[in-house]
Design a protein around this ligand. Structure first.
Ligand code: GLU
Length: 424
């Protein structure tokens, strides 16, 4: 057996870029998009792969691969997170970059779409190693970043601390530039409410969906896969609506209680041990089995591709809310639709994060700070408007699913900007 190393070789079951492209093509069909524009929108503007050599704590050098993909900038500067994960290869980052283009357009933010990643196993690295890797990566991509060019943010396994290092590394070269990155610590110009924003947005979409369906949320059962930034904030805020969370999970596994988890105890246990696993008064459930629970709301908030052709027939939830990016493959999406299971797509469900990133960027440019209440109020306003836009599109295209409608709106707005700019 080989020892685990910080630089893994991931195995993809499906190509994530082809999966996202399938959703794009379906939306493009819906709006009858011309082939010339399609060709522009199905490819990225710029993709860079950089070598990120890091002196590890044991004295050896490990060379990681880092990526930044700028998918489309017709509507504004490129915007999107940077993730540290074993599956963050060029295909994955490219897929996520195009999702950002549709997401920022759908919420009508003045941004394009981008994504970055370093293929690594951050849980096997020390903080010092992660900091050195982050600084080296920032240096390597700094010439394509810029306040009016490309603005990174947190994503899987990156956080406010990582953004502080990016801001610092960029600032060493270009001078103090807080607006170069969003999701920073509050002390360094981060926005109040940014940490909770993606989870808060997921819960706003749950509320809007419940309204759309005419179903109450009080006592509704919920299962959440993932207990990182998005999953844990979603859990915290959805509890306030009177929902009953029956299962949550993290990388180490999941916990279940049919009568509803005591979330105060779960948060305390996770803070103490670093995992939800083993919390008193719960039964274990695997990450795979959590997805198959009979619940009102299933919220995948971890990795892409977790609901696929092999488990979609067994999903027993009434609604799936995609807090993660592309958690449902196109094959699974078709099966869920066929079975009458409603899917709220990622570009709607998790757009709260980039929306508050937009607020952070504007605050930094003005050197001004909003109160948290203003952030949360404006976030709700933008997300409910977006939900209404998608509902209206669905009303005028009877057969469109929420995903098709949301993608179609995003694609339409980007295509319009591309034409106005005279790309073709
Ligand atoms: N990584 C988040 C996303 O997938 C946030 C991106 C941002 O704030 O720029 O939407």
């Amino acid at each position: 057996m080989t020892e685990p190393t910080a630089r893994p070789v991931p195995l993809h079951e499906t190509n994530p870029f082809l999966a996202v492209t399938a959703f794009f093509e379906r939306a493009a069909d819906h709006i009858g998009l011309d082939e010339d524009i399609r060709e522009i929108l199905r490819t990225s503007y710029r993709e860079i792969s950089v070598q990120v050599p890091v002196r590890m704590d044991d004295g050896d050098v490990t060379v990681f691969m880092g990526y930044r993909v700028q998918h489309n900038g017709a509507r504004g500067p490129y915007k999107g997170g940077i993730r540290y994960h074993s599956s963050a290869d060029l295909d994955e980052v490219r897929a996520l970059a195009s999702l950002m283009t549709w997401k920022t357009a759908l919420v009508d933010l003045p941004f394009g779409g981008a994504k970055g990643g370093i293929q690594c196993e951050p849980h096997l690295m020390s903080e010092g190693e992660i900091q050195r890797m982050t600084r080296r990566f920032t240096q390597a991509i700094s010439y394509i970043l810029g306040v009016n060019r490309d603005i990174p943010a947190p994503d899987l396994n990156t956080n406010a601390q990582t953004m502080a290092w990016i801001m610092d590394a960029y600032g060493q070269r270009y001078g103090f530039t807080p607006a170069i990155v969003t999701g920073k610590p509050i002390e360094l110009g981060g926005s109040l409410g940014r940490d909770a924003a993606t989870g808060r947005g997921v819960v706003i979409i749950v509320e809007e969906t419940a309204r759309h369906l005419g179903r109450p949320l009080e006592g509704a059962t919920v299962a959440i896969q993932g207990f990182g930034n998005v999953g844990s904030w979603t859990a915290r805020l959805i509890t306030e609506l009177g929902c009953k969370i029956v299962a949550v999970s993290d990388v180490r596994g999941g916990i279940y209680n049919a009568a509803g988890l005591d979330m105060t105890a779960v948060f305390a246990h996770a803070a103490e041990t670093g995992s939800v696993v083993g919390c008193a008064g719960t039964e274990p459930v695997s990450n795979d089995d959590l997805l198959l629970l009979e619940v009102d709301w299933l919220i995948p908030a971890a990795l892409g591709g977790v609901i696929h052709a092999r488990n979609a027939e067994k999903i027993a939830a009434k609604v799936v809310v995609e807090a993660a990016n592309h958690p449902v493959t196109p094959e699974a999406d078709a099966i869920l639709n066929e079975r009458g299971i409603l899917v709220m797509p990622d570009i709607m469900a998790n757009s709260g994060g980039v929306t508050v990133s937009y607020f952070e960027w504007t605050q930094n440019i003005q050197m001004y700070r909003w109160e948290e209440e203003r952030v949360n109020t404006e976030l709700r306003k933008i997300m409910t408007k977006m939900f209404g836009d998608v509902e209206a599109f669905k009303d005028s295209h009877e057969k469109a699913t929420f995903r098709e409608a949301a993608f179609a709106l995003g694609v339409q707005r980007v295509a319009h900007a591309v034409r106005l700019r005279g790309y073709v």
